[in-house]
Design a protein around this ligand. Structure first.
Ligand SMILES: [Fe+2]
Length: 322
């Protein structure tokens, strides 16, 4: 049986920062600008991101998911530049985007910020089948059906105080996520949940973590999903959410533009080849990363996961559960 190939990368942190007036820095952007000019500018390299996108296109995936942090300090000109860059990666039909905390660094009018990319976040937001564009954080999650694959795009991107990189889904989004996952389970599709922050408690790193991670895990334990993809940590990560029907893999990628540094991973992206056989989903994962000389992307590893079919009688539909 032919499979579906989904590419995933995250956290491109597009540079350089555009020139801006001083008024735009009288807020949290001041500390972010300092962090960029003293540290991040040495880590996130447009040339590396360019190599990644070139390599990804050669692999010709069926679709690409980008899990946030396209910009750095949410300047209007950064969103404009990111929109141009996105169109160079692919069309909104080929690429799905969700926002990260750097894409909501400060409060911004929607049409000067994430509204520039809303076509990449179009999808079904309810249960009536109609596709719409988002116009607020409250319009997430959205569902994109790609044959037997469904991408469920969440937003954890809400403005936080200076030095806080945490995220939050909120009760409304969690409730809609539960309903959407139940409905998709009844359809028997492979459900991929896209989320910027890893869905685990922060421990000592609470200021960078998902504040309602426990509630997110509760939704997945109840409604199920086949795969969760995230960014934010800038390291390769493999975790799981245990559910009564089996573990859900939770996989993160490093920043797409990062050079190798002491405590974070260099740029990588993943290719997920998803094939359904009689009893399970086979998930073939190819890890492609920057080689030692930082001039090409190569295969660095692979992994195969078998995910049991979550058949519709495991989960009731939203209507049946009401
Ligand atoms: Fe982030």
């Amino acid at each position: 049986m032919t499979g579906f190939t989904l590419a995933h990368f995250s956290d491109p942190h597009l540079g350089p920062l555009p020139a801006s007036g001083w008024r735009e820095f009288v807020n949290k952007r001041a500390s972010g600008f300092f962090s960029w000019t003293t540290n991040r500018v040495n880590i996130h390299k447009p040339a590396i991101l360019k190599l990644l996108v070139e390599d990804l296109k050669k692999q010709a995936p069926d679709h690409t998911a980008i899990t946030g942090d396209l910009v750095n300090i949410s300047l209007p000109a950064e969103f404009e530049a990111a929109a141009r860059w996105l169109s160079s990666v692919g069309t909104p039909q080929q690429v799905t985007v969700i926002p990260g905390n750097h894409d909501a660094y400060v409060e911004m009018p929607w049409m000067q910020s994430l509204g520039r990319w809303s076509a990449y976040m179009s999808g079904n937001r309810g249960t009536d089948g109609s596709e719409t564009l988002p116009s607020t954080h409250g319009d997430f999650p959205f569902v994109r059906r790609l044959g037997k694959i469904a991408l469920v795009g969440t937003s954890t991107a809400v403005p936080m105080p200076p030095f806080i990189a945490a995220g939050r889904l909120g009760d409304g989004q969690l409730s809609r996520l539960r309903q959407q996952l139940r409905q998709l389970a009844a359809e028997g599709v492979f459900r991929v949940v896209l989320i910027h922050h890893p869905p685990f408690g922060g421990g000592a790193y609470k200021r960078k973590s998902l504040l309602d991670a426990e509630a997110f895990q509760d939704v997945l334990m109840e409604a199920g999903a086949e795969l969760v993809l995230h960014g934010h940590t800038h390291v390769s990560g493999l975790g799981q959410i245990r559910t009564p029907q089996g573990p859900i893999p939770v996989i993160g990628v490093p920043s797409a533009s990062a050079v190798a540094t002491g405590h974070k991973d260099p740029s990588r992206y993943h290719l997920y080849r998803i094939v359904r056989d009689a009893d399970a989903w086979q998930l073939n994962i190819e890890i492609r990363g920057l080689n030692a000389t930082q001039d090409a992307f190569v295969q660095q590893g692979s992994m195969v996961l078998t995910i049991p079919l979550i058949v519709s009688d495991c989960f009731r539909t939203a209507e049946a559960a009401a």
